[in-house]
Design a protein around this ligand. Structure first.
Ligand code: ARG
Length: 301
C-alpha cells in the first residue's frame, strides 16, 4: 500500500515532501488517527499526503505551552514535564493523518506568530484566534474549538475590579499576553488602564495571584482551567469579541497543506477524537500532576 501511494503521488506532484500513511505510534489517539489516514489515503484523492512541509517527512508545529487545556506541561508518572493538551493531541492526529512525523517547536506566543511569518514551521497550534490582522502572515484553518474571552482577577478583588469602568484607570494594572488578541481587547476596552503585556499566560496568572497585577484578559476556558489549580482566581465578566473560536495557523501560500489540515480537523471532529482530546486535556490540566507556573524557561518545576 505504501508503494502504491508513493507512486500515485509522485506521478501527481513534482516537488513534494512525501510520507506514506500509517506511521506507527503507541498512544490511543494516534492509532485512531491511523485509521483515518488509511481511510483517506485509500480513498479517491489521497490529497492528505500530498503536502510540502518545511522539513521533508515531518510536520513542524509551533506552540506556546502556557495555555491549558490547549497546551501545557503536565508532570508524568516519573515526575517529568510532558507537553500535553488538546492542541498537542490534535497535532499528532493531523501528522498521523498525513503520514508525517510530528515535530513540536515550543516558543512564547509571539514566537508562534513569528515562526509562521518567517515560514520556519508548517503550523502554529496555540489556541490561535483567526484575527484578520494576522491574515498577511498566515492562513487559517477552519475553526476547531469555540471559546469566549473573560476578565479575570482574584477573589479578594472580585467586587472591586468587576467591569471595564472599574479597571480603566491608570492606577489599575491590567495584563494580557504579548501578541495576543487579549492585548487588543485590553487596549480597546480599557485604554486608560496600566496595561502590561507578558510573554506567558502563566506569568500573568502568577502576577495576579501575587498581587502585582490587578486584572487580566484571558480566554475563558483557559482561565477556568487555571482556576481549578489556583482557586483564588475569579472570572468577573465575559468580554465580547467578534471573531470567536480557535483555528490552526497554516504557513502561508500552501493550499495543499491547508486543505489537508482542514480534512484532518473534519475527521477528528467526526470520529469523536477531538472531543476525547478536549476531555482528556481538561482532566489532565486540573489533575494533581499538573503544575504550570513560575519557571522562567516555561517549563514546570
Ligand atoms: N487566542 C489568543 C490569540 O490568538 C491567545 C492565544 C494564546 N495561545 C497560547 N498558547 N498562549 O491571540
Amino acid at each position: 500500500m505504501k508503494k502504491r501511494i508513493f507512486a500515485v503521488l509522485l506521478a501527481a506532484c513534482t516537488v513534494m515532501s512525501l510520507a506514506a500513511c500509517g506511521s506507527s505510534s503507541d498512544d490511543a489517539a494516534s492509532s485512531e488517527s491511523t485509521d483515518s489516514a488509511e481511510a483517506t489515503d485509500s480513498g479517491e484523492t489521497g490529497d492528505a499526503s500530498a503536502v510540502e512541509t518545511v522539513t521533508e517527512g515531518k510536520l513542524t508545529v509551533a506552540t506556546s505551552p502556557d495555555f491549558a487545556p490547549y497546551e501545557f506541561y503536565a508532570i508524568d508518572e516519573d515526575g517529568n514535564p510532558t507537553l500535553s493538551g488538546f492542541d498537542m493531541d490534535l497535532a499528532q492526529y493531523i501528522a498521523d493523518y498525513m503520514g508525517l512525523e510530528l515535530e513540536i517547536v515550543t516558543v512564547d506566543f509571539d514566537g508562534v506568530l513569528s515562526e509562521l511569518q518567517t515560514k520556519s514551521v508548517d503550523l502554529g497550534m496555540a489556541g490561535l484566534s483567526p484575527d484578520e490582522k494576522r491574515e498577511s502572515i498566515m492562513d487559517f484553518s477552519d475553526i476547531y474549538y469555540m471559546g469566549g474571552q473573560s476578565l479575570v482577577t482574584v477573589k479578594d478583588n472580585a467586587d472591586k475590579y468587576n467591569s471595564f469602568e472599574a479597571i480603566n484607570k491608570s492606577d489599575v494594572t491590567v495584563g494580557a499576553q504579548t501578541g495576543s488578541i487579549q492585548l487588543d481587547l485590553a487596549n480597546e476596552n480599557t485604554p486608560d488602564a496600566d496595561i502590561v503585556s507578558l510573554p506567558k499566560v502563566t506569568d500573568i496568572i502568577s502576577e495576579l495571584i501575587s498581587g502585582k497585577m490587578d486584572a487580566a484578559y484571558i480566554e475563558t476556558v483557559v482561565a477556568e482551567s487555571y482556576q481549578k489549580n489556583y482557586p483564588e482566581l475569579e472570572i468577573v465578566m465575559e468580554v465580547p469579541y467578534d471573531t470567536e473560536g480557535s483555528a490552526i495557523g497554516v504557513c502561508k501560500d500552501n493550499p495543499e497543506l491547508l486543505a489537508a489540515v482542514n480534512e484532518a480537523i473534519a475527521a477528528a471532529t467526526e470520529d469523536g477524537s477531538l472531543d476525547d482530546f478536549i476531555a482528556k486535556a481538561t482532566d489532565l490540566a486540573a489533575g494533581q500532576t499538573y503544575e504550570g507556573l513560575l519557571d522562567e524557561s516555561g517549563n514546570v518545576q
